[in-house]
Design a protein. Structure first.
Length: 310
């Protein structure tokens, strides 16, 4: 008999409908949502993050949403600790914890119990570089190394992420060990992955960016700047805000920035798909547009009932 804490997870690339499905599952079975998104932790950063609406947040309990100021830092280690607390707390109360999110590094580090305890004083740098690569891709990471150490960059392939990160650390004086993967997960987990045909997904992404602009993405970014949130802080480097900043800094027209947001989001979705392919335990649900939430919910419920999660 399994004694590990139970957790259901709904993950997958951006714009596949994870938020809606998570809320429907939680409402029907009395579950609680644990956000697995590295950006939802920041208060008043609502539009570019595709944060659930106040009405959605009020429908079921949500954890790890709106817990930090935009100028603060967040890390995968902090997420691991906080998400683990809520998973165990839900289990103690007889409530199903539902991890919902799209930050691949965070979700995988939690579910596979990555061990960052061996990391020394370069821990923050290592985590920052991993997160940067996860969000911006290997090409951007390689360009970062090019600026710091062109000779080292010449000898490393763009997709050799591990060695590029090590080279940046070496250049900056760091000398930390990589995080280790634990022998087994501390949880009894059922992990659902949402996916759809690539052209369909990209079209949904483009439409969602247009909606974000209509909802006031540029106004939100301007307000954050007026509040004194530094343009250089972690939260403002994320997709959406980063491109909007280029408009306010006079580097691009608004239309150019919107197109860049769409392109960056599509690229991010592609990297997410690649990342999740490394997680063979995911149970994939292939969705259409619009998403048939009832059918997807039924498919998840069948598995969760079989596993005695609900």
């Amino acid at each position: 008999m399994n004694t590990e804490p139970k957790v259901a997870a709904i993950i997958g690339p951006t714009a596949t409908g994870k938020t809606g499905l998570g809320i429907r599952l939680a409402k029907k079975w009395g579950g609680e949502i644990i956000s697995g998104d590295s950006m939802l932790v920041f208060r008043r950063m609502d539009i570019a993050t595709a944060k659930p609406t106040p009405e959605e947040l009020a429908e079921v309990p949500h954890h790890l949403v709106d817990i930090l100021e935009p100028s603060e830092k967040y890390s995968v280690v902090a997420f691991q600790e906080q998400a683990d607390f809520w998973i165990r707390d839900c289990n103690r109360r007889g409530v199903l914890p539902i991890l919902v999110g799209g930050t691949g590094l965070y979700c995988r580090a939690l579910l596979e119990h990555y061990d960052f305890s061996t990391v020394n004083e370069s821990e923050d740098l290592r985590k920052e570089l991993i997160s940067y690569a996860e969000e911006n891709g290997n090409v951007a990471l390689h360009k970062k190394l090019e600026k710091l150490n062109p000779k080292l960059a010449e000898n490393l392939k763009v997709n050799d992420r591990k060695r590029i990160i090590r080279a940046i650390e070496t250049t900056l004086g760091g000398d930390a060990a990589f995080a280790r993967k634990a022998a087994e997960s501390p949880y009894e987990a059922v992990v659902f992955g949402l996916t759809m045909e690539r052209p369909v997904l990209y079209d949904r992404i483009n439409r969602r960016v247009d909606l974000m602009v209509m909802q006031g993405l540029f106004a939100e970014t301007k307000r954050l700047l007026q509040e004194g949130v530094p343009a250089t802080c972690q939260s403002m480097k994320s997709i959406g805000y980063r491109q909007a900043l280029q408009y306010f800094q006079g580097e691009r027209t608004k239309e150019e920035c919107i197109n860049k947001i769409k392109q960056a989001t599509r690229n991010f979705a592609k990297r997410q798909i690649t990342w999740y392919k490394k997680m063979p335990y995911i149970r994939w649900l292939h969705l259409s547009d619009p998403v048939n939430e009832a059918a997807a919910l039924k498919a998840m419920e069948e598995v969760l009932l079989q596993k005695r999660f609900i």
